[in-house]
Design a protein. Sequence first.
Length: 92
Amino acid sequence: MRHKIPREVRAAARQGLKLRKAKQTGNADNRTGYNIAQRLASCSCVNTATLKKIAAYHARWSAAEESETVKVNNLLWGGTPAIEWTKKELKQ
């Protein structure tokens, strides 16, 4: 099943990529997060497996101590808008 990526999620991923490229990331050099961000920023839809990865990331890291690296990684994975989007989509 394909899931349409909301504009807010795409914008968050683009912002994360921009910050990562500007080296404002501490050690946010996770290749998986980068690949997810590329997909969120440039595609119109993702499959259910990718949606589950995004939801799992946010579930794991939502309680992490705030740092610049955590903020950038959160954006790479679609930011706060991705949390509600994945919950809504996975309920269907």
